[in-house]
Design a protein around this ligand. Structure first.
Ligand code: GLA
Length: 395
């Protein structure tokens, strides 16, 4: 499978109907990790990997969902939707359908076919791409259109409550609001955002350590709990502190001794990461790439040492990148414990950079990494018959 034309024709062969097709991108986060659920700041960009969702109504009250990736079909009764997921890939699209029903929509039968090239388990938000593409498809069928931030919240709820993964808002938000050649500084408190152009001469080189990452697993929720415990200690002294977004490094100096040592470390990462993320967006807007690179390196080591969310392979990928010509900044991106590093690289060096870093990583770790030279792309949208993006008016 390569594109929407192929998905469309496979869809027609399977469901004997002409579908409407939607695309939602994955993302890479330049900086701001585990800050979203602390109501802080993140600086992601949507990337040119996406999930496509093809949909058409059916009149037998059934919801049929086919995954081209898993080559598997699941059927549900639109009149009695399951209340919870059960650890299957269909939990993601069905979570969205469930949330739309919770929001008061009456859900008719439909056939949905999904295909995506966001590498799963690599920290590039394949889950959000699946949720958002489904959401756009089902919205279209219902004839409704939620405002972007509301739709992002709805998809996040699908993942939190139906799938059972305790993620924040970053991935769903950027998948909807991404802009070609831009990163987006999101304030996760009020969902206001500012776009920062990524200069033409800068490439996003994504290096997959090939170590699997998962948000649903044990470590992500543990980190979240530890950092919330630190916040609760500060809140005993300063009740106005509701989230670590409201806390300062000075609070840690004063009350850190009342925290579990791990909780203190997690909080130090989140509080300092918020400062770095705002500073990084400023640096990008000013064109100060040197400062951006410095902040990314600092962020990586804070993520690795204080948040303990890196792994030996990701640390090696970041260390090795520092000696490859063309690097502006590198760090582990996404939820942590494996997945990909993001390398901002001078465009003219990008090919050689990717090749050299890949070889050095393979030589040191003994695993051949996948390397992707990406660009920041636009957010979720409808695709026309020939695969072109349809404007909001024609969608
Ligand atoms: C995952 C979650 C996000 C965010 C990141 C860490 O991608 O889905 O909400 O918490 O991890 O920054």
């Amino acid at each position: 499978m390569h594109d929407s034309a192929e998905l469309r024709s496979l869809y027609q062969a399977r469901f004997h109907a002409e579908p409407a097709v939607f695309a939602a991108p994955g993302r890479v986060n330049l900086i701001g990790e585990h800050t979203d659920y602390a109501e802080g700041f993140v600086l992601p960009a949507a990337i040119n990997f996406a999930t496509l969702a093809a949909i058409s109504p059916r009149d037998d009250g059934k919801i049929s969902i086919y995954s081209e990736n898993y080559r598997e079909e699941r059927s549900f009764d639109a009149a009695s939707l399951p209340e919870k997921g059960n650890g299957h890939w269909s939990d993601y699209p069905m979570g969205v359908v469930h949330e739309l029903a919770q929001a008061g929509q009456s859900i008719p039968g439909f056939s949905l076919s999904l295909w995506g090239d966001v590498p799963p388990g690599s920290g590039l938000s394949s889950s959000a791409a699946l949720e958002v593409s489904t959401a756009l498809a089902v919205e279209w069928m219902l004839g409704v259109q939620y405002p972007g931030p509301m739709l992002a919240r709805l998809c996040q709820r699908a993942e939190n409550e139906y799938v059972g993964a305790n993620c924040g808002i970053m991935d769903q938000f950027i998948s909807i609001h991404g802009k070609e050649n831009h990163a987006l500084l999101l304030d996760c408190r009020d969902l206001s955002y500012k776009l920062a152009p990524i200069p033409d001469h800068v490439a996003l080189v994504i290096a997959n350590t090939m170590v699997k990452h998962s948000v649903a697993g044990g470590d992500y929720p543990t980190r979240r709990r530890e950092s919330e415990a630190a916040c609760a200690v500060i809140a005993r002294h300063r009740p106005e502190v509701k989230f670590l977004r409201d806390a300062t490094l000075a609070d840690l100096d004063r009350w850190g001794s009342e925290m579990e040592p791990k909780a203190l470390m997690r909080a130090r990462h989140i509080i300092s990461e918020n400062l770095r993320t705002v500073a990084a967006a400023d640096a990008l807007l000013r064109g100060d790439l040197k400062e951006l690179g410095r902040l990314m390196a600092e962020a990586h080591w804070s993520y690795s040492r204080d948040f303990e969310a890196s792994c030996a392979e990701a640390d090696a990928m970041v260390e090795l990148a520092a000696d490859v010509p063309g690097l502006i900044g590198a760090r582990l991106t996404g939820g942590g414990f494996g997945g990909c590093t993001i390398n901002l690289v001078e465009q003219r060096e990008a090919e050689t950079f990717a090749k050299t870093l890949g070889e050095r990583y393979a030589a040191r770790i003994g695993i051949v990494p996948e390397m992707h030279i990406c660009h920041a792309s636009g957010g979720a949208h409808r695709l026309g018959k020939t695969g072109e993006r349809r404007s909001a008016e024609t969608a």
